[in-house]
Design a protein. Structure first.
Length: 430
């Protein structure tokens, strides 16, 4: 099975001083096209917004070409697409009852594909309103082990549609190069070839716990850092000076980088755990459905959950591991051993089933339930005769298999058979 992997590499561009103004002029016209498209396509609340790129192009492409004389035709098309894609996202949020507003573009960001840019391993040629400008990459002296070496300079990866950005403080241009490659990975064509790692994300204690008993990250530490930042931000906002505002921006950027890196390390650990157990799938709870469990005062946790899932999906992709979500009801209350769903089963971080007396860490119990939900979902999707194959999910003490003849019952014990043909991982008891 061919598996497409995309990686984005940020590389500084060495733009000749006498051509920087050409890039700025190109960006101005690019953003003009995007904003003009929004003005035409945004119809809310009186009528439906236009989200079709082809419909927008048919209506205003010729006008935009005339109004932005000198701008490459492909850049006009890319500006229209950016606007209609963003409006489509806004429409989706409105449909979910979320607040949103009409998109507006006022920053430096130009989308280039291979018709408006020619990509090389050491430089790029960009179309501007004043002809093409050739920019060399500012690469590290030793790129081995860096994203530049792993993706940008790797002939296994090809350039795809990328973006050019500008850092006004440093007066530097950057290419966010999208690098793509196809991997040949084994396809789990039968249910017995599918193995699931379940992951339970948490607001407190550990950031994530797996169905194999791996405890990942420290949510309390992440929350503590966030509270320190918010307290500092509040103090600076009360000061109200420009110096305080600049300081607030700096510490905000610093906290953002720290938290992104922290979640990066957590996601790397989760993918490594899936690989160690030979899992083909990683299961999370559906974020859209757990919002009611997280109060408005904990929006940061929602961001952290989403960022962690996105980073896991990003890293798992390169190894042919599929990341999917499951409906989260009863994952915290249900006993992963007997299926009892009494609310009283969980007391803080301890789960003690009142029916079968099974006692274990509550998050580990939830992770096993998450894993089983996806295993059952995969099993139900098989076309094999009932009882012919099994789906598996990884545990600390081995694996559990879900029999196709019993998935309708949705009861753990009757639907599973346990084997121990895998090494026992580190963690708590199963």
């Amino acid at each position: 099975m061919a598996w497409e992997v995309t990686r984005t590499v940020r590389v500084r561009l060495d733009v000749p001083d006498d051509r920087k103004s050409d890039l700025h002029a190109t960006n101005s016209k690019f953003q003009y096209c995007a904003n003009r498209t929004v003005d035409w396509a945004w119809r809310y609340p009186d009528e439906d917004c236009v989200t079709s790129k082809s419909e927008a192009e048919a209506a205003i492409y010729d006008e935009l070409r005339h109004e932005t004389d000198g701008l490459h035709a492909n850049l006009v098309q890319k500006a229209i697409k950016r606007a209609t894609d963003d409006i489509s996202n806004c429409v989706d949020r409105l449909a979910e009852g979320e607040n949103t507003s009409k998109p507006h573009y006022d920053t430096f960001s130009i989308v280039y594909d291979k018709r408006a840019a020619t990509y090389y391993r050491d430089k790029v040629s960009l179309a501007t309103v004043n002809g093409r400008v050739e920019c060399e990459y500012d690469l590290p002296e030793n790129p081995e082990g860096t994203p530049h070496g792993e993706y940008l300079l790797n002939d296994d990866y090809d350039f795809s549609t990328s973006t050019v950005h500008y850092d006004s403080e440093a007066d530097e241009f950057y290419l966010h190069a999208a690098m793509e490659r196809e991997l040949d990975v084994a396809s789990p064509e039968k249910a017995e070839d599918s193995s699931v790692l379940g992951v339970d994300c948490n607001v407190d204690d550990h950031i994530a716990v797996t169905s194999t008993g791996e405890f990942v990250g420290n949510a309390d530490d992440l929350n503590h850092k966030r509270r320190e930042f918010e307290n500092r931000r509040g103090s600076l906002q009360q000061t109200g000076t420009r110096s305080a505002h600049l300081t607030y921006q700096r510490i905000g950027d610093r906290f953002g980088r720290w938290s992104e890196d922290y979640l990066h390390r957590c996601s790397k650990q989760l993918v490594a755990e899936a690989k160690r157990h030979g899992c083909t799938h990683i299961a999370f709870e559906d974020l859209e459905q757990i919002r009611e469990r997280i109060s408005d005062g904990k929006k940061f946790q929602q961001w952290a959950f989403r960022a962690l899932q996105e980073q896991v999906a990003y890293k798992a992709e390169e190894h042919g591991i599929v990341v999917e979500t499951v409906e989260p009801s009863y994952t915290s209350q249900q006993c992963s051993k007997c299926g009892c769903t009494l609310d009283e089963n969980r007391d803080g971080q301890r789960f003690a089933c009142l029916d079968c007396s099974y006692s274990v860490n509550a998050d580990y119990n939830a992770a096993k339930n998450v894993a089983r939900k996806l295993a059952v979902k995969l099993q139900r999707g098989q076309k094999s005769p009932a009882g012919g194959v099994f789906c598996q999910y990884a545990l600390k003490s081995g694996i559990m298999t879900v029999n196709a003849t019993d998935v309708a019952s949705d009861t753990p014990v009757s639907a599973e058979r346990e084997s121990t043909d895998k090494p026992t991982p580190l963690g708590v008891g199963s």
